[in-house]
Design a binder for this molecule. Structure first.
Ligand code: AMP
Ligand code: GLY
Length: 424
């Protein structure tokens, strides 16, 4: 099979690595990809939002399956463009990707189908939002409706902060048109868990759980980032939690989307909060998490192309999804200063130390080859160093050992990825 992967981050590198393991994969392309992905796939200089060019490329190269890694093209309707051309593509169409693309939509869906989530109100009028805040309980959570690079959520401690937040989102348009509508919702407390799943429109298969560390600094301090590291499985995702989610959240979401005429095929990522009143949905994403994919995919036993084929064909009920009985930890090596401002273009040394090391992976997020053919840093998040171990403790020790194999100027990482597990 010839495969095209769309995206350019660590998640797409992890997807490419999984595809490369399949005996069915003959040739892998990635658009636009990055230097690390370029070691296992041919990178094609087409942007993820250039739908017509991507489809033309897929036709020209007789691509058997295109896998969309990123949220923007999914929400923008890339799958519809491919399907209209008769091309085989993995991911939800535009009507279904709204599950991630509009928080107001997803909240209304959960309310209508009794899927547990925080209490909320939607607003498209800033005056009404400001008036609502006067009687609301603090802290409170403000969410821009649309995609905002994971930054459109504000947790406000006081009424003044919340009012300023509404103005930023709806009047100053800090997150652009994502702020034309907004959700104001109840603040919840508890452990967060990410559960990724494959969906074929009617059947859902849950992957092993994971947890992200979103803040830039140790101890969950500092600014929100795209994710500074992950671990899988989450020890907080117990049998009891799983039973609850199977009963009230997972299948209910797939059925709700089908009932709305928005049949969902692809990945649903459930962002859950384990509250005192039971698990509740924080958010849905319509794609693999980044860097959740970097700890979940290396542990998956199935051939990823078999599973994705089954999602497209509606035969996921015939797949027995299996994960290794171990753990994985991913530590992101970032450029110091991320997520605000940072330097790029520094040489990355030591990548070859990963060669032949079973259970160790170095996924590239922001790297490129310079004119001399050397790997250099090219982003805020540069590499995702992942290691497996018999349990989380061992995986964490292995991952931190491997972070020492690579060096670049300005290398920055958190030192407590997976630490949550110490208090179990
Ligand atoms: P989201 O993009 O919706 O996942 O929100 C980003 C982060 O904001 C989540 O991972 C949570 O840490 C936090 N968050 C979102 N909604 C709530 C809520 N209702 N209560 C408390 N924290 C929240
Ligand atoms: N790591 C969180 C996300 O991919 O949205």
């Amino acid at each position: 099979m010839k495969i095209l992967i769309v995206g350019s981050g660590g998640r797409e590198h992890a997807i490419a690595m999984s595809v490369a393991k399949s005996s069915r994969a003959d040739k892998i392309y990635c658009a636009p990809g990055n230097a690390g992905i370029g070691q296992i796939a041919e990178c094609v200089p087409i942007g993820a939002m250039e739908f017509e060019k991507l489809a033309a490329f897929a036709k020209e190269k007789f691509i058997d399956m295109t896998i969309i890694g990123m949220d923007d093209p999914l929400v923008g309707g890339v799958v519809d463009v491919f399907e209209a051309e008769g091309l085989r593509v993995f991911g939800p169409n535009k009507a279904a990707a709204i599950l991630e693309g509009s928080k107001a939509f997803s909240k209304d869906l959960m309310k209508k189908y009794h899927i547990p989530t925080a209490a909320y109100e939607n607003f498209d009028d800033p005056e009404k939002a400001l008036a609502y805040l006067e009687t609301a309980k603090m802290p409170i959570v403000l969410k821009a409706d649309g995609l905002a690079l994971g930054k459109g959520v504000l947790i406000c401690q006081t009424l003044e902060e919340a009012k300023a937040g509404v103005r930023e989102i709806m009047l100053d348009k800090k997150f652009g048109s994502a702020g034309n509508q907004m959700v104001i919702e109840e603040f919840m407390t508890g452990r967060e868990v990410s559960v990724l799943s494959y969906v074929d429109g009617k059947t859902i298969r849950i992957m092993s759980s994971a947890q992200d560390h979103k803040r830039a600094k140790d101890g969950d301090r500092g600014l929100n980032t795209g994710g500074m590291g992950t671990f899988s499985p989450s020890p907080f995702y117990t049998k009891e939690v799983d039973d609850f989610c199977q009963k009230y959240i997972f299948q209910a979401t797939v059925d709700a989307m089908a009932a709305e005429g928005r049949t969902f095929k692809g990945i649903i990522f459930f962002g859950l909060m384990l509250t005192e009143d039971g698990p509740k949905v924080l958010e849905y994403n319509a794609r693999f998490g980044d860097p959740e994919a970097q700890v979940v995919l290396p542990r998956m036993k199935n051939d990823i192309l078999d599973v994705m084929d089954a999602c497209i064909d509606g035969t996921l009920d015939q797949i027995d999804l299996q994960f290794e009985d171990n753990a994985a930890v991913c530590v992101v090596l970032a450029s110091d200063g991320y997520p605000v401002s940072y330097q790029k273009g520094y040489e990355i040394r030591g990548l070859e130390k990963f060669d032949g090391q079973d259970g160790y992976y170095c996924f590239h997020a922001g790297s490129k080859l310079n004119e001399e053919g050397q790997f250099v840093t090219n982003g805020g998040r540069v590499l995702g160093v992942t290691a497996k171990g018999a349990d989380l403790k061992e995986a964490r020790a292995n991952a931190y050992k491997a972070t020492e194999w690579v060096e670049f100027e300005n290398k920055y990482m958190r030192h407590d990825i997976g630490r949550a597990i110490d208090d179990v």
